[in-house]
Design a protein around this ligand. Structure first.
Ligand SMILES: [Zn+2]
Length: 276
């Protein structure tokens, strides 16, 4: 259904364009593209397309680099944060270790004290009670030393992670400098090209009637690859690659009227335009 409507519209465009006597209001009513009927205008439109595509390409080349630079900067911030966190964690772990070492020392001095006391007990009950305390402090030392050992391993692991992260960070910083350099080179290289292309595009836009320009912009905006004007390639539309009947191809070759692809709506021009 939608396709039929499109075909009808295309026919309208052709009819209107062919009818040079059509009044302005009639033309307006029929189609936005009808005013374009001369070879020159089609050529201008095609040239505008080529320029716009070149500018698109420049933007694509440059467009990815700022993102890559941003990604690297984000990664560097991430690595920096990781290192800071690890340093903080090591500090906390070392605090715990020294606290545990203090507990060991306390237990050791308590053991000394209880052993002295045991020498002077008045009865078995006091002796047994001190024995229990001694046993408890002995276990306390054992437990703390086990924890100190485990924490020591953790600190070593964290220090290794810091080294690995620092190496990665250094690599990322080098990559960032390279990308930044690349970006500034491309920007300065393409800046002039883009300026020239922009001024030529502006000249052409001034030569094309506003309604046609609006149509061109609209088609270009809706097309995924930014192509509004395409040539016929191997009997097919250069935009959507659908086959074009021989009669239509002849009409396109004559360049007497605007012919749009009945499938994708792009403006079709003679393949020879591409060689000029
Ligand atoms: Zn097409």
């Amino acid at each position: 259904m939608a396709e039929k409507t499109k075909k009808k519209e295309v026919k309208k465009v052709e009819k209107t364009s062919a009818k040079s006597t059509a009044t302005k209001s009639e033309t307006k009513k029929n189609t936005m593209l009808s005013d374009l009927s001369s070879v020159n205008k089609l050529r201008l439109l095609y040239e505008l397309q080529i320029i716009d595509s070149s500018v698109d390409n420049l933007k694509i080349i440059r467009g990815e680099l700022p993102l890559e630079v941003q990604d690297l900067e984000d990664e560097i911030v991430g690595f920096d944060t990781r290192i800071k966190n690890l340093v903080q964690e090591i500090k906390e772990t070392e605090n715990t270790v020294s606290h545990r070492k203090g507990s060991v020392e306390t237990a050791k001095s308590l053991i000394k004290k209880y052993e002295e006391q045991q020498k002077n007990v008045r009865n078995n009950r006091e002796f047994d009670s001190l024995s229990k305390e001694l046993e408890f402090q002995g276990l306390e030392i054992e437990l703390n030393e086990k924890i100190i050992k485990e924490l020591g391993i953790k600190v070593k692991e964290k220090k290794r992670e810091i080294d690995t992260t620092k190496a990665l960070l250094a690599d990322k910083k080098i990559a960032l400098e390279e990308k930044k350099h690349e970006l500034s080179e491309i920007t300065s290289e393409t800046a002039n090209d883009e300026k020239e292309l922009d001024s030529r595009a502006e000249e052409i836009r001034n030569l094309i009637e506003p309604r046609l320009l609006t149509a061109y912009n609209k088609i270009r905006h809706n097309a995924r690859n930014g192509l509004a004007v395409v040539t016929v390639k191997r009997d097919a539309c250069g935009g959507c690659f659908n086959k074009i009947p021989p009669q239509r191809q002849l009409d396109i070759k004559l360049s007497k009227k605007v012919i749009v692809c009945e499938y994708c709506g792009r403006i079709l021009v003679d393949a020879d335009f591409a060689d000029e």
